[in-house]
Design a protein. Structure first.
Length: 423
């Protein structure tokens, strides 16, 4: 899902969890930030692997060349191997959020478990162990990107295990135990505040980025994509996707007949309401995050329907009404004075359009050029779509067959229906 397709109503941050309340939005954020997170995580993994092995020299210095010392060094090497395995996994699957989260969590759990074993066999270096535990906790919160809930569980859990281990060993007095507990709590609180602030600032920046992109890529009047999005490759990307996966693609190009007459007769404010109503109708009848509605020009709109065959495109064309009934708009009129004291009048607007559909086995190379030509619809020369004696208009649907020949079929749709504009 493109960033500009995310609705602003879904960008609500749960400040308690420091995540988006909408799981889909949170997943999109994690995917968006994944390259930066992976770069930071890979650096942290390599640093953890190197320092864990280098600090094996302290085991030899404290315990001497004994079997326990070499066993502790072997555990440190195992931590380095886990870190290198996580690094390789991220390089192998750089687009997987689960791989990044799993590599970070696995390393932290294994590294802290080994650290507890080292502290158990080196009780004489308690002051250094306490300082190391505090530094590791801060690194857990700040240097290893992860979900805040996982980070808190790992940091607080390791601190609880470390404090309980020191109490069980019995080398500390009561006042020392109290000091140790307060230091562990302080390190976790400071780490949590730093991590929470970082998570919230990243998501707030993500929201600002989406809003800026929507301001640049959305038409302020109708809320549809503007032509800039189309020029940046929206249609080309959908054609490439259809070519890659062998799926169909339909494109509807439509406009409002005699729109200049509406502006000249009722004013540009009324014309803006007609455009907004028609755009809202198109957006309501398309699939969110799948289809795209583009304001192609003045009163022209382009609807891109991925994975849509000719029949489905025809159905979409039939459901689009021929007439729009605007919300009551203030216009001076001699009759029908409304309760609010304003004069109002109902406007009607007819729309014309055509649909071009590329089939599953179409020649997409030729199809792209044909779409650009054929969706201009020859009936525009007459100013509007032909109307049958029964009062029905016709949309022309274009499709490519497997023989690369262009086929056209006319589908009637009713022209007398009215739809109340959405509030």
């Amino acid at each position: 899902m493109p960033l500009q397709d995310l609705s602003t109503s879904r960008l609500t941050i749960d400040r308690r969890r420091a995540e988006f309340a909408d799981p889909a939005c949170e997943a999109r954020f994690l995917q968006h930030c994944l390259p930066e997170r992976n770069a930071q995580l890979k650096t942290s993994l390599l640093c953890a692997a190197g320092f864990y092995v280098v600090f094996g020299a302290t085991d030899i210095a404290t315990l001497g060349p004994t079997g326990i010392a070499f066993a502790l060094i072997a555990l440190r090497v195992a931590v380095a191997l886990v870190a290198l395995g996580g690094y390789l996994a991220i390089c192998r699957w750089p687009e997987s959020v689960a791989t990044s989260t799993g590599a970070s969590s696995a390393l932290l759990v294994v590294a802290l478990a080994v650290f507890m074993v080292v502290c158990w066999y080196q009780p004489g270096t308690l002051p250094w162990n306490v300082m190391s535990q505090a530094l590791i906790v801060m690194a857990v919160y700040v240097n290893f990107p992860n979900r805040l809930g996982y980070t808190v569980a790992i940091g607080a859990g390791s601190s609880a295990v470390f404090g309980a281990m020191q109490v069980v060993q019995g080398y500390l007095k009561t006042d020392d135990v109290l000091t140790l507990v307060l230091l562990l709590i302080l390190s976790n609180v400071l780490g949590y505040l730093a991590a929470r602030r970082l998570h919230l600032s990243q998501r707030e920046q993500f929201c600002a980025t989406i809003l800026l992109r929507q301001m640049a890529d959305r038409d302020p009047l109708t809320g549809c994509h503007n032509r800039r999005v189309l020029q940046q490759g929206l249609l080309a990307a959908e054609l490439a996707r259809a070519r890659r996966y062998g799926t169909a693609l339909s494109v509807i190009l439509c406009d409002i007949d005699h729109f200049k007459r509406i502006n000249d007769t009722h004013g540009h404010a009324a014309g803006d309401q007609v455009l907004a109503s028609f755009a809202g109708l198109l957006q309501a009848m398309t699939r969110e995050t799948v289809d795209s509605v583009v304001r192609y020009g003045g009163e022209e709109f382009l609807v891109v329907l991925p994975q849509t065959e000719l029949a489905a495109g025809a159905g979409a064309g039939r459901t689009h009404p021929c007439h729009l009934r605007q919300r009551a708009m203030p216009h001076r009129r001699r009759r029908r004075r409304q309760r609010d004291g304003q004069f109002r009048r109902r406007l009607r607007a007819r729309r014309a359009g055509g649909v071009a559909a590329i089939g599953r086995r179409a020649d997409l190379g030729r199809g792209r050029a044909a779409v650009c030509r054929q969706t201009r619809w020859p009936q525009r020369r007459a100013g509007h779509l032909p109307v049958s004696p029964a009062g029905a208009g016709a949309l022309r649907y274009l499709s490519f067959s497997s023989t690369r020949a262009l086929r056209a079929a006319a589908f009637p749709f009713p022209c007398s229906s009215h739809i109340q504009q959405r509030a």
